[in-house]
Unconditional design. Sequence first.
Length: 268
Amino acid sequence: MKIENHKLSDVPYEESPNHSGEIKPDTIIMHYTAGASAESSIRTLCDPETKASAHVVIGRDGSITQLVPFNIKAWHAGRSQYGNRRGMNNYSIGIEMDNAGMLEKSGENFVSWFGRKYAASEVKKAQHRNEAFERYWHLFTEEQIDAAFELCKALIAEYNIEHILGHEEISPGRKTDPGPAFPLDKLRERLLEQDRGSDEAEEQAATGTVAVDRLNFRDAPGTEGEKISKPLSRGTKVKIIGKEGGWFRVKVEQEGWVMGRYIDKNLK
Ligand SMILES: [Zn+2]
């Protein structure tokens, strides 16, 4: 897959009027269309009335259509936040995949919100990362997943991509796409493994020293993260194995998250 002048060569380009301004993308946001077909989703995303778009749409046969150049802001994320940043359209490339989304069981079949029936072979029962129960999700096709992986690989080669995220992760509560039928964790583990606390990354990890008397040690990067041990005391040596929005993932005897500004980083 080749990118020239912020467009994929050899894929159809149908410009959406729903775009604005220039961006320097460092994030990829994965979506499902919750639609009936790639064609109908492309029509919707090119309709000025909808005020919605994405950079590309991937059909169920793996075919890609581009709607907005990658250096121009498309309107796919809406109200969204990741780390300290809000309005993720300003930083990201949006990839829509043709998929009906959540399904309801109805007798032998499964029904989408727009009333189409799907056979059990097209459905996955799974728990969404933002939910505490299982429900039914339309499967993505292998061709579609392969195309998504190849496209992300090409984007990483062309742009300074640091994150691959689901819409559900930047707009939790409001959005559920791409949902548990899409292998999002595998995608970023495979393509962005240096960010994922791999052994290699840990080898090269920076070290630091706790610079306050008591530093809360949490299971997630944010003050809503649960405290997982008593606070770390001043002078405790830590390994810094990850970063996110001002928080450091550190390793002492166990791993957890602390406020980055209370760690003095040791020079290597
Ligand atoms: Zn979405």
